[in-house]
Write a protein that binds this ligand. Structure first.
Ligand code: ADP
Ligand code: ADP
Ligand code: MG
Length: 620
C-alpha cells in the first residue's frame, strides 16, 4: 500500500481523507491557499504546502503547483477529493506522468464520462437505459427545436459539459424553446467554456436515485447499493439518504446491475457514482429508471453509503489505487439500517439562500448523536472564496423514521453561529409530512419554499427563557424547568441577544443571573415547532481574526466603529485595538500578545472586506 498521500483539496473532504489515511498509517500532506493557512485540514495533516492566493483558480485549481508540492514532500499519491480537479482528466494524466499514484479512475474513464452526450451514447451501447432525448450531433437551433418538439414538452436542455446543477433549463412549451436554449447556451459558455447542449425529456415526479460503484485494477466492479438524493434546491442536493425509500428488491437489483454495467463499460477503477432519474409518479419501478450521468469521483454524500454498508470508501479508494483487489465480493456487501445526511450551509434561507460569510464563534454538534464531517471548528472563517458548506451531519439508525428523528434532534441540539445557517430550514424540511412518508421528488423543496423559509418569531417567554439559560449559573439551569426562573426578585437587568438571522432581542433578568457571565455562548430554542438559535450579544471579547503573526484581519465584512490605539503604541495582550460592527454585532479586536502596533491601516468609519488587514501587532 502507498505510504504517503497528498490531498489536493480543502475543508471537510480533505479532513475526511486524512482521517482514514491516518488510521491506515499513511503520512498525509495538505495543500492550502492564503485563506486556509490556519484551516483544520492544514492542522490535521502531517505536513502542509502553501500553493497560492485565496481564489481557487490561483491555488486549488493549479495542477502544476499541486504536483510540485507532492514531489517536494515525497508524497507518493494524490487524492483529489470532490470538486476542484477531481474530474479533470488532464490533471489525472499529469499526476501519472509525474510518476505519482492517482487515487481515482484512469483518465480515459474520466474522459468517457466527462461530457454528458458522449457518456449517454456510450451507455446506450452498453445496454443501460438512458433518459429519452436528443444527443445533439447537429447543434443548430432549428434542429434542436425540431427534436424538442418531437420529444414532447416539458423538456430539459442540458449543457453537455455541465455539472453542479448548472447549465440546465426546463422548457414547458414549444414557443419558449428558443429563449431557453439561448440562455442555457450563454450559461454553458461562461461556466464551462462549451456551449453545446443536449435535450432530454423532462421526467415528471422525478426522483434522483444513484448507485455507488467501485472497480479495481483487476477488472472487478461491485455496487454498494443506492442513495436517494431527491431533496434538491436548484438541482443541488440538500438531503441524501440510503437506502431509497420505497425501493423494492426487483427494482434495486435492476438499477444496481445497470450501474455495474455502466461502470464496466468504461473499465472503471475506484469509487464512482451512477446517477439515475426515476419517474416516481407510480412508486419506483425498474422500467422507469434512466441513466443520467456518472460522477467519476467520491461523492459529497458518500457517508450514507458507508453507514449502511459498514465500508470505509476512502480506505477502498486507497487500496484500489495501490493495486489491491476490492476488499469485498458483491455477495459479501450487505445493506443494513438507514442513514440520512444533511448539508449544513452558511447561507440564509430567508434571504434567498444568500451565502453568509464570517467567523464561526460557536460550533457544537454532538458526535454521540451524529457523524459530523466537517472542515471547521470554532474560530474558523467561512470565506467568500469557497463553497459555504460548514458540515455534513449524518445520522444512522435502525429505521428511516428513527434516522429522521435523530437528525432533527441533532440539528435542534446543535449550535452554530453567529453566521446564519440553513439549520432551521433543514429541520423543517426533515419534518415535512411528504418527506416523512417517503414521498419525495426533486420539486418538493421548491413547492414548499415559502413555508420552509419563513422567518420564525420567538415569543417573549421563549426569549426570557433563553436569556436565563445564557446567563445562568451552573447549578441553576432554568433550561430544565421554566418555573425555576426567579424573575420576580428585583433588581432586574436587560440582556441583549441576537438570533441566527441577526435580529436583536432584549429580555429582562434578575441581576444575580445576568451578572454570572455566560456558561453558554448560544442556545437553541424549540417553540411551537420552530427553532431559534439565540446568542448573548456582547460588545466586548470577540477575538476577531487574529493570526499568530500578529496580523489583525476583519473576521467578516463590516464597518470599523472605533479605533482605540495609534500606530507605534505599545499594547498588552488582550487590549482592545478597535471595534468592528458586522452582522449587526460589535466585535472587539484585541492584541494577540504584548507588543507594538506596527501597522494601522484603517480609521473609524472605514468599511472593510472580510480578511482585510486592519492592523499588525509586532512582538517586542
Ligand atoms: P454531488 O452529486 O456530489 O453533489 P455536484 O456535481 O453537485 O455533485 O458537485 C460536488 C461538489 O463538487 C460540489 O459540492 C462542489 O463543491 C463541487 N463542484 C461541482 N461542480 C463544480 C464546478 N463546476 N466547479 C467547482 N466545483 C464544483
Ligand atoms: P449535474 O451534472 O449538474 O449534476 P445532472 O444531469 O446530474 O446534472 O442533473 C442534476 C439534477 O437535475 C438531477 O439530480 C435532477 O434533479 C435534475 N434532472 C436531470 N435530468 C432530469 C430530467 N431529464 N428530468 C427531470 N429532472 C432532471
Ligand atoms: Mg449530477
Amino acid at each position: 500500500m502507498i505510504q504517503s498521500l497528498l490531498i489536493a483539496n480543502r475543508g471537510e473532504i480533505a479532513c475526511r481523507v486524512i482521517r482514514t489515511a491516518r488510521r491506515l498509517g499513511i503520512r498525509t500532506v495538505a495543500v492550502y491557499s492564503d485563506a486556509d493557512a490556519h484551516a483544520m485540514h492544514v492542522r490535521q495533516a502531517d505536513e502542509a504546502v502553501h500553493i497560492g492566493p485565496a481564489p481557487a483558480r490561483e491555488s486549488y485549481l493549479v495542477g502544476e503547483r499541486i504536483i510540485a508540492a507532492a514531489l517536494a514532500t515525497g508524497a507518493q499519491a494524490i487524492h483529489p477529493g470532490y470538486g476542484f480537479l477531481s474530474e479533470n482528466a488532464d490533471f489525472a494524466q499529469s499526476v501519472l506522468d509525474a510518476g505519482l499514484v492517482w487515487v481515482g479512475p484512469k483518465p480515459a474513464s474520466i474522459r468517457a464520462m466527462g461530457l454528458k452526450d458522449a457518456a449517454k451514447a456510450r451507455m446506450i451501447a452498453a445496454g443501460v437505459p438512458v433518459t429519452p432525448g436528443y444527443l445533439g450531433e447537429d447543434q443548430s437551433p432549428e434542429r434542436l427545436q425540431t427534436e424538442a418538439d418531437a420529444i414532447g414538452y416539458p423538456v430539459l436542455i442540458k449543457a453537455v459539459a455541465g455539472g453542479g446543477g448548472k447549465g440546465m433549463r426546463r422548457v414547458d412549451r414549444s414557443e419558449d424553446f428558443a429563449e431557453g436554449l439561448a440562455s442555457c447556451r450563454r450559461e454553458a459558455a461562461s461556466s464551462f467554456g462549451d456551449d453545446r447542449v443536449l435535450i432530454e425529456k423532462y421526467i415528471l415526479s422525478p426522483r434522483h436515485i444513484e448507485v455507488q460503484v467501485f472497480g479495481d485494477a483487476h477488472g472487478e466492479v461491485v455496487h454498494l447499493f443506492e442513495r436517494d438524493c431527491s431533496l434538491q434546491r436548484r438541482h443541488q442536493k440538500v438531503i441524501e439518504e440510503a437506502p431509497a425509500p420505497g425501493m423494492d428488491k426487483a427494482t434495486r437489483e435492476a438499477v444496481c446491475a445497470a450501474a455495474v454495467r455502466a461502470a464496466k463499460a468504461v473499465h472503471y477503477e475506484g469509487a464512482g457514482t451512477i446517477e439515475f432519474i426515476a419517474d416516481g409518479s407510480d412508486g419506483l419501478r425498474a422500467d422507469r429508471v434512466w441513466f443520467m450521468e456518472m460522477n467519476t469521483r467520491l461523492q459529497v454524500e458518500h457517508p450514507v453509503t458507508e453507514m449502511v454498508t459498514g465500508v470505509d470508501l476512502v480506505e477502498w479508494q486507497i487500496r484500489v489505487a495501490s493495486g489491491e483487489p476490492l476488499p469485498l465480493r458483491q455477495k459479501d456487501i450487505h445493506l443494513s439500517g438507514h442513514a440520512i445526511e444533511a448539508r449544513l450551509y452558511a447561507e440564509d434561507p430567508t434571504r434567498g439562500f444568500l451565502p453568509s460569510i464570517g467567523r464561526i464563534d460557536t460550533f457544537r454538534f454532538s458526535p454521540k448523536q451524529a457523524r459530523i464531517d466537517t472542515g471547521v471548528d470554532e474560530g474558523a472563517q467561512i470565506s467568500p472564496f469557497y463553497d459555504p458548506m460548514i458540515a455534513k451531519l449524518i445520522v444512522y439508525r435502525d429505521t428511516r423514521s428513527h434516522a429522521i428523528a435523530g437528525l432533527r434532534d441533532t440539528l435542534a441540539d446543535g449550535v452554530v453561529g453567529p453566521l446564519v445557517t440553513n439549520s432551521g430550514f433543514l429541520w423543517r424540511l426533515l419534518g415535512h409530512a411528504a418527506f416523512e412518508a417517503g414521498v419525495v421528488d426533486t420539486g418538493l423543496i421548491e413547492r414548499n419554499l415559502e413555508s420552509l423559509t419563513a422567518r420564525p418569531e420567538p415569543s417573549p417567554e421563549a426569549l426570557s427563557f433563553a436569556a436565563a439559560r445564557l446567563a445562568g449559573t451552573p447549578g441553576d439551569t432554568p433550561w430544565t424547568s421554566r418555573s425555576g426562573l426567579r424573575l420576580g426578585a428585583p433588581p432586574r437587568r436587560e440582556v441583549r441577544m441576537v438570533d441566527q438571522f441577526g435580529r436583536a432581542f432584549t429580555a429582562e433578568l434578575a441581576t444575580p443571573l445576568a451578572d454570572a457571565w455566560p456558561i453558554e455562548d448560544a442556545v437553541a430554542l424549540d417553540e411551537n415547532g420552530e427553532r431559534f438559535l439565540v446568542r448573548l450579544e456582547r460588545t466586548e471579547g470577540g477575538a476577531g481574526g487574529i493570526a499568530s503573526d500578529g496580523a489583525i484581519r476583519a473576521p467578516m465584512p463590516g464597518r470599523v466603529i472605533s479605533v482605540d490605539v495609534a500606530a507605534g503604541q505599545a499594547v498588552t495582550k488582550g487590549q482592545k485595538l478597535m471595534v468592528l460592527e458586522a452582522m449587526k454585532m460589535e466585535h472587539a479586536l484585541t492584541a494577540p500578545f504584548d507588543g507594538t502596533v506596527a501597522e494601522l491601516t484603517v480609521a473609524a468609519g472605514a468599511q472593510v472586506q472580510v480578511e482585510a488587514l486592519l492592523a499588525r501587532v509586532e512582538k517586542d
